[in-house]
Write a protein that binds this ligand. Sequence first.
Ligand code: 2F8
Ligand code: CA
Length: 128
Amino acid sequence: TPEPLQWEEFGDSCYYFSDTTEQWENAKKICAAVNSHLIIINSNTEQNFVVQKIKQTSVWLGLHDTEVEGTWRWVDGSLLERNGYWKSGEPNDAHGAEDCAVLYKEKNWNDIPCDKNVQFVCEKSALS
Ligand code: 2F8
Ligand code: CA
């Protein structure tokens, strides 16, 4: 029998920090399979919480511009508002091949190729 996932509560959400690395689409599917979604960062407070739990160097965000280059959307379909927390010079769509976003331990974001293998964080409501 599989172990239940270890969810951590913060604010109104629960978070699962993966040990495995996955390509972005697969990470997205894994979160959906456990009634959650890749993390959507709504505040500096939330980002700081996630950052201090990062096990390696970075985690996938639920943020991509796979539909329209340069238009960054969260996995709930909402547009990225404000400027986000991009690292200086990012997002740069390096080699025309960077459509998925990561959060680094340094508390900033970068766009990288979606087929990279990266740890990820799933988020779900703590209330429902
Ligand atoms: O210089 C910024 C640039 O650094 C790397 O490419 C050399 C990053 N690539 C990966 O992490 C895969 C780029 O995303 C980043 O823009
Ligand atoms: Ca980049």
